[in-house]
Design a binder for this molecule. Structure first.
Ligand code: BG6
Length: 471
């Protein structure tokens, strides 16, 4: 069977992690411009020079060169986000910023020139800073209106250039990182659960509204939700561990459940009841929620364990959610546990639950690369570890396809090196293309093809056949 003929192979980035040009052409500040340490350190009052995102990899000026390289690899799709604060610099203006709109016009035209479908995230951890400071982000119901104005504007503008859209990046991360994910300025320790889940509800309403508005503007739009997926395994066969897993899973699955089924699941109503959480939800909002997504997309990097006995196991590091370390798995240099089979498991779980097409929009290995001189006289990186990681995961995607799961496509995370979301480091590299830029701000910003560049090029050219063959 193998990968379907129209499989969307490609790569993914987010505006705030690669564009730089943080004040150019009328852009306003976003929450990223004041978080020089990602989630590992305090935010700053103003943008500071140690914030690597201010320059990023200068994609804002170099995107033509970069898209050419993606096209050379054969990308069918390119995932990026629209930086909200380029379009509405503060977020609550009446009129959009024409220069910001023009930038994405040019970017999407350039994608189309190479026959690459843009896949656009509407909100990827880049809430305009003003909305965080003045309104406390998604806690405030006014955010729904601001987001509605933003998405209506970009849907109209790019209706003939973009077909695939995602409403919120890793929407479930808001419970863990309220500032990064929801622009919520109130410190996490001071937030009540009611406030947090109310913010989640506002995002659900906004996402469903986006689906409705998008389909009204162009019925051909395919609009998906995007969740951070992380399979959770019981640490032992103790039934209490299995129930602990189920409950932790509910806290994640609830996000896709609402966006796919259009209603709150019973287990969350129980949770709200038993935790004294009473949300403000109007009848009108319940109706809006029935505008459900066309497909389900997700990031996948790792799995984790859970146990009812908190004295067992060590805590595992990971992609925002965390959990208990799996003693059987290896991990990356950043402690993320590597589990290719977990990807087949996630694909099957989502499809069994929703019977919707699935899109893997992030997967990859963050690693420290070493630039060396290649045999052809060009600088390169011998990143066999990255090739192994991606190959092992793709084999499991193929298994899931054999299982009957409809997978629309696969975009590797950080197809070109960029700034890490969690640590704001450049040395945590994911790309097929090395960017000469370092955490101390040094580097020429030159691009170099890694060994994985040629490997992925071959994977795409053969539509994923012969994954085991060396290049
Ligand atoms: C996901 C995010 O959580 O993981 C990306 O959607 C992020 O923005 C990616 O970059 C990898 O995480 P990190 O922290 O290694 O950059």
């Amino acid at each position: 069977m193998g990968f379907p003929e129209n499989f969307l192979w490609g790569g993914a980035v987010a505006a705030n992690q690669c564009e730089g040009a943080y004040l150019e052409d009328g852009k306003g500040l976003s929450i990223q411009d004041v978080t020089p340490h990602g989630i590992t350190g305090p935010r700053t009052k103003e943008p500071t020079d140690d914030n690597m995102k201010l320059v990023g990899i200068d994609f804002y000026h170099k995107y033509r060169e970069d898209l050419k390289l993606f096209a050379e690899m054969g990308f069918k799709v390119f995932r990026t986000s629209i930086a909200w604060s380029r379009i509405f610099p503060k977020g609550d203006e009446e009129q959009p910023n024409e220069a910001g709109l023009k930038f994405y016009d040019d970017l999407f035209d350039e994608c189309r020139k190479y026959g690459m479908e843009p896949l656009v995230t509407l909100s990827h951890y880049e809430t305009p800073l003003y909305l965080a400071e003045e309104y406390d982000g998604w806690i405030n119901p006014k955010m729904i209106g601001f987001y509605e104005k933003f998405v209506t504007c970009v849907f109209r503008r790019y209706q003939d250039k973009v077909r695939y859209w995602l409403t919120f990046n890793e929407i479930n991360s808001i419970l863990h990182e309220p500032f990064l994910s929801g622009g919520i300025q109130t410190p996490k320790e001071q937030l009540t659960e009611t406030q947090l889940f109310q913010a989640v509800h506002h995002e659900f309403v906004a996402s469903a509204l986006a689906v409705k508005i998008g389909h009204d503007i162009n019925p051909d739009f395919k609009i998906g939700c995007m969740v951070l997926s992380m399979p959770i395994y019981p640490l032992t066969p103790n039934p209490d561990d299995v129930i602990a897993v189920m409950e932790k899973d509910h806290m994640n699955m609830f996000f896709a459940d609402v966006q796919v089924r259009g209603t709150y699941p019973g287990y969350m109503n129980r949770y709200f009841r038993e935790h004294g959480i009473s949300l403000k939800i109007t009848e009108e909002e319940r109706r809006i929620l029935t505008n459900t997504v066309d497909f389900v997309s997700f990031s996948y990097y790792m799995s984790i364990c859970e146990t009812a006995d908190k004295s067992l196991g060590e805590s595992g590091k990971g992609n925002l959610l965390g959990g208990v370390r799996n003693p059987l798995l290896k991990e990356s240099e950043w402690g993320w546990q590597i589990d290719p089979k977990g990807l087949r498991y996630v694909l099957n779980t989502f499809y069994d639950r929703y019977q919707k097409p699935l899109f893997i929009v992030e997967n990859g290995l963050g690693a420290m690369d070493k630039l060396v001189m290649g045999t052809d006289g060009n600088k390169t990186v011998e990143d066999d570890y990255r090739i192994d990681y991606l190959r092992d995961h793709l084999k499991q995607v193929e298994e899931a396809i054999e299982d009957g799961v409809p997978v629309m496509g696969y975009t590797t995370w950080g197809c070109i090196d960029l700034v890490s979301a969690s640590t704001a480091e450049l040395k945590k590299r994911y790309g097929f293309i090395y960017v000469d830029r370092n955490d101390d701000g040094s580097g020429t910003l030159e691009r170099y093809k890694k060994k994985s560049f040629y490997w992925y090029q071959k994977v795409i050219a053969t539509n994923g056949k012969n994954l085991d063959e060396d290049i």
